[in-house]
Write a new protein. Structure first.
Length: 159
């Protein structure tokens, strides 16, 4: 009977430790996400082939790497579907994370793929660490477009 209690106690301690590790990890990722969302608007470097001049009202920074199979097999098709669904409203900028360490650091890239959704002003509105399906990206883009619609209609003169 004592052996069973010891095993149950050890199992409870391991479970508690695992929950603590998961909780800490989630808080860490959320802190990184908030750092990006609260950061200054993007001023993308022309030297890296990135420029927001003449860009769409929504830009997506797609951080990947040459050896990331999830980036090429899952994220790239999801972004293609997004571009097809929101033609002219969205621009995707592909960034090789290992070759752009300053940009990767600025956007707190923890893993590839990572997608950062920027509004027309270059302010990060959403950050997705890991694969982001088309549906999630569409919701994030539509939320930005919905915010911009009322502002655009107020700027039009009344007839």
């Amino acid at each position: 009977m004592t052996a069973i209690l010891v095993r149950v106690g050890v199992l409870a301690l391991v479970s508690l430790a695992l929950c603590l590790v998961i909780w800490t990890g989630r808080r860490y990722v959320e802190a990184k996400r908030q750092a990006v969302l609260n950061g200054a608007p993007a001023n993308l470097p022309k030297a890296a082939g990135l420029d927001n001049a003449g860009a769409s009202s929504v830009q997506i920074l797609n951080f990947s790497s040459a050896d990331c199979s999830q980036c090429h097999k899952l994220q790239a098709p999801a972004l293609r579907r997004l571009l097809e669904a929101r033609t002219g409203e969205v621009t995707v900028l592909n960034i090789d994370a290992p070759n752009e360490p300053e940009l990767s650091k600025r956007y707190q890239v923890l893993t590839v793929p990572t997608t950062v959704v920027l509004d027309a002003a270059g302010q990060a509105q959403a950050v997705n660490f890991g694969f982001a399906p088309t549906e999630r990206l569409l919701k994030q883009v539509d939320a930005i477009l919905a915010k911009e619609q009322p502002a655009a209609s107020l700027a039009e003169p009344a007839v």
